[in-house]
Unconditional design. Structure first.
Length: 335
């Protein structure tokens, strides 16, 4: 194993100079820095994580806070996590994954130790109880999600309000006049999870602007629940011709339920969704959808955090615009 003394000998400097070059704690000449960096490359030296932390007062570890609460679709959440981990490694950082319900005490316990340099927080609520603490921490943070009051925070996410609007506007252009949103499980709305609430806001606002009759239906993520909500929709809204789905596990079971009840997609019923592209493309009737850009959001969250750790200014709000892709599940409303 290559040691720091080997690097120092190869570069013709002292071990302390190599340490200063790695940590930046003391100035060294550009010529010396280049010799050290060349020796590191040639020898393949990688500093031990503990030693590096002592030298730089950094752990080179990010905390990713993902409370796996009821109603959360784990496969999609893990897409965000993989993107965060992959991008962090490009910046020579590891990721500590916190999946329990981390309230203020949990966040403070992590932030008050030398375990992590910074935090990325997911599953943000509109009235997020952790915000005062996040604003007061010395360690920087980035939220994937937008609380109602995001002042003084760094937040990034898909513009879910605009995503809900895009789905409705697409159906309205096709002539549909009665639309429904089949949304996340009820507990997600009870918690006032920000992304789910913003989809409802966008869906309702766009339907009202276009003069459409609309309704919102939270739904458990199971085939049995899909069948029940399909029956309820057809019973309560017999003129229904357009549906927006914001509940990934329900997409295919819901389409199957409608077809078992005698409706053809898209002949009798047009379906749109907010979900990952690969899911929308895999359904038997490929679904018109707004993409869920989990890879881009995760990557950009880490990039924002790296800039903050470097002392650089970043925008408080980064909203990614929705991208709707038309597929076979939508068609003009039958006259």
């Amino acid at each position: 194993m290559v040691k720091i003394t080997d690097v120092a000998r190869h570069a013709g400097v002292s071990p302390s100079t190599v340490s200063y070059a790695l940590s930046g704690k003391r100035p060294i000449s550009e010529e010396t820095r280049q010799r050290v960096e060349e020796a590191i490359r040639e020898l393949g030296y990688r500093p031990h994580a503990g030693a590096r932390a002592l030298a730089s007062s950094r752990s080179n570890v990010l905390a990713l806070v993902i409370p796996l609460r009821a109603g959360i679709h784990v496969p999609v959440v893990m897409q965000f996590a993989v993107s965060v981990v992959t991008t962090a490694r490009k910046h020579d950082h590891d990721v500590l994954l916190l999946t329990q319900e981390e309230g203020e005490d949990g966040l403070r316990r992590v932030a008050d130790t030398a375990l992590v340099d910074a935090l990325i927080v997911m599953d943000v609520q509109l009235r997020e109880p952790r915000l005062p603490l996040l604003r007061s921490l010395e360690r920087p943070s980035v939220l994937i999600g937008f609380p109602a009051d995001s002042e003084g925070l760094t937040c990034i996410d898909l513009d879910f309000k605009a995503a809900g609007e895009a789905c409705v506007e697409h159906l309205a252009r096709l002539g549909h006049r009665v639309v429904a949103l089949v949304g996340s499980p009820p507990e997600v709305y009870v918690r006032q999870t920000a992304f789910a609430q913003r989809v409802v806001q966008g869906f309702t606002a766009a339907a009202d602007r276009s003069g459409l009759s609309s309704s919102v239906h939270p739904c458990e993520a199971s085939p049995a629940a899909a069948r029940l909500v399909a029956e309820q929709l057809l019973r309560e809204h017999p003129a229904l011709t357009g549906v927006v789905v914001h509940n990934e596990p329900l997409l295919e079971p819901l389409i199957e339920a409608f077809e078992q009840l005698g409706l053809r997609v898209p002949g009798d019923l047009s379906v749109t969704a907010i979900c990952p592209d690969e899911l929308a493309e895999s359904v038997r009737v490929p679904v018109t959808s707004v993409a869920l850009p989990s890879a881009e959001v995760g990557e950009r969250a880490v990039e924002l955090l790296m800039k903050k750790l470097g002392g650089n200014a970043v925008p408080e709000a980064t909203l990614l615009p929705p991208r709707l892709t038309e597929r076979a599940s939508t068609a003009p409303r039958n006259a």
